[in-house]
Design a protein around this ligand. Structure first.
Ligand code: HEM
Length: 491
């Protein structure tokens, strides 16, 4: 009998070390070039791995929404388990679905609005310390402030303490190291603990773990002594830690904490909690949420300020919107700004467009990967089980089929009419479906309030002679940060 002929989509025919090098050095440019040369479905090989690059919104919609069960998270995220464990981003199947159910109430609209004041408070604390004429690295500032915001919002945890600074730098190092692991021989080098980078990475994870486990133990103590009152400020009964702990307490009354001490569980209604969580799972979910919840938003806001610094007319229009909504002229003619609130968000329409356009040009998560569980048909091609799929937001968002002059920063393109006609997955900074971003509304709120708060008081000017480059890890960082000169708007 004749062998079935497998039809491969177009692409570079054989595995070439040159392609591997290009992909590891300049992944975004390489993927963009492949799509330009070969079209909406591109096939190539990396070693024995078969890769399908998909750049058609309808196919992406099917993969992420309708047929999502046929896919697992991609290879890069498998490596991320070293740091993230099996939390919401990296777990699969029932484990993922259970965790998503537990965390979901933290992201309901009413809950999200309650985080708005935290964003404005932390933004204000940050920019009140800025000095007119001085130079800051906007990326560093945003990384710090968004970490403070996520810790306070979802765990009522103030990250200003000395311990928290340790946490920040351990997290930074772990992320850098994780990026090294993505290198073709990164996982081999990782076995050699005598290498300083490897042993430092182990130390960093230990530091993160010890802080998170301490948070868990402290919270257990508070819960068990009932110090917590339902109406206490920022009601910890409904934050990330308490939800994860309640899920553990519901069906296990004889738990041990991390030091092996006996801990009595509360009797809580069990119907909404699918099964108990282990301490390791709690740790994994806390770390996951902190990383997923701050690096992405900080990159989005950083790139927004870079783009604004390159577009004075757009920046001026933004100042005018802020002035019309947040400023008041005093009797002596001076202008004062009140802090933005969540109620102002629907009025801050131009800032919303700016933020949307910025995430089009610099999508903070620039690609999504999946592993194929069972043979899967796309167009006329069967993608075999075990293959990898890549869908790149960056490549899609720069497709001139959907975006006129795609490299141009043009917030005005986002009219209601334009949005209505855009295929759903031609713009997907937050992914989609049951593995889509749980923090999407959190991120929109944070971005808009942060920009409104900072830009009420400051204009940020790009320091000349910098080579601004993208550094695509799991998220799209600016390489070497972005230095900006602060100009007070009250002058
Ligand atoms: C501009 C900001 C953000 C962007 C662009 C972004 C983007 C994304 C994307 C693309 C995914 C899906 C990845 C995939 O399908 O493989 C995702 C998942 C996720 N995001 Fe976000 N995110 C942002 C902010 C946040 C925030 C603020 C939080 C938490 C407060 C968060 C928590 C998560 C979690 C937990 C997941 C995994 C969801 C699951 O698998 O069930 N993200 N994010």
């Amino acid at each position: 009998m004749a062998k079935a002929v497998v039809d491969f989509p177009p692409g570079p025919s054989k595995f070439s070390p040159k392609l591997l090098r290009q992909l590891s050095r300049e992944p975004i440019k390489t993927l963009s070039d492949l799509v330009k040369e070969y079209g909406e479905i591109v096939y190539f090989k990396i070693g024995r791995g078969q890769i399908y690059l998909i750049n058609n919104p309808d196919y992406i919609e099917k993969i992420l929404i309708y047929n999502y069960k046929n896919f697992k998270k991609g290879k890069r995220l498998q490596t991320a388990k070293r740091l993230l464990g099996e939390g919401l981003v990296t777990s699969e199947g029932t484990k993922h679905d259970n965790q998503r159910k537990i965390v979901h109430p933290l992201f309901l609209p009413k809950k999200i609005s309650s985080y708005g004041q935290i964003v404005v408070d932390k933004a204000t604390q940050m920019h009140q310390q800025w000095i007119d004429g001085s130079i800051i690295d906007i990326h560093k500032e945003m990384m710090n402030v968004t970490l403070k915001i996520i810790c306070k919002s979802i765990m009522d945890y103030e990250i200003d303490s000395e311990e928290a600074i340790k946490f920040s730098s351990a997290l930074e190092f772990s992320k850098k190291y994780f990026k090294r692991l993505q290198h073709p021989i990164g996982h081999i080098l990782d076995h050699f603990e005598i290498l300083p980078e490897v042993s430092k990475s182990r130390e960093s994870i230990k530091t993160l773990d010890s802080i998170v486990y301490q948070l868990i133990i402290d919270r257990k103590k508070i819960s068990s002594t009932k110090i917590l009152k339902p109406n206490s400020p920022r009601n910890q009964e409904e934050d990330l830690l308490s939800r994860l702990l309640q899920a553990q307490f519901t069906s296990n009354n004889n738990l041990q904490d991390d030091q092996g001490n006996h801990v009595k569980g509360d009797k809580v209604n069990t119907t909404s909690s699918p099964r108990p969580m282990t301490n390791q799972e709690i740790r994994d979910n806390v770390i996951t949420m902190l990383i997923a919840g701050h690096e992405t938003t900080s990159n989005a806001i950083t790139w927004t300020y870079y783009l604004l610094s390159q577009s004075p007319e757009i920046e001026q229009k933004m100042f005018e919107e802020i002035d019309s909504i947040l400023s008041e002229v005093q009797n002596n003619g001076s202008k004062v700004y009140r802090n933005p609130t969540v109620k102002d968000i629907p009025k801050l329409k131009y800032i919303e467009k700016i933020f949307r356009e910025s995430m089009r040009i610099y999508p903070p998560v620039w690609s999504i990967g999946r592993l194929v569980e069972d043979d899967y048909l796309v167009d006329k091609y069967t993608i075999p089980k075990g293959s990898s799929i890549i869908m790149s937001q960056y490549v899609m968002h720069h497709n001139d089929k959907y975006y006129d002059r795609p490299n141009e920063f043009n917030p005005d393109r986002w009219t209601d009419e334009f949005k209505r006609h855009l295929p759903r997955f031609s713009y997907f900074p937050f992914g989609g479906g049951l593995r889509g971003c749980i923090g999407e509304s959190f991120a929109w709120q944070e971005g808009i309030l942060m920009i409104a708060s900072v830009s009420s008081h400051w204009k940020l000017e790009l320091v000349p002679n910098q080579n601004i480059k993208m550094d695509p890890g799991i998220t799209l960082n600016p390489k070497n940060g972005i230095r900006m000169k602060l100009i007070s708007r009250s002058n």
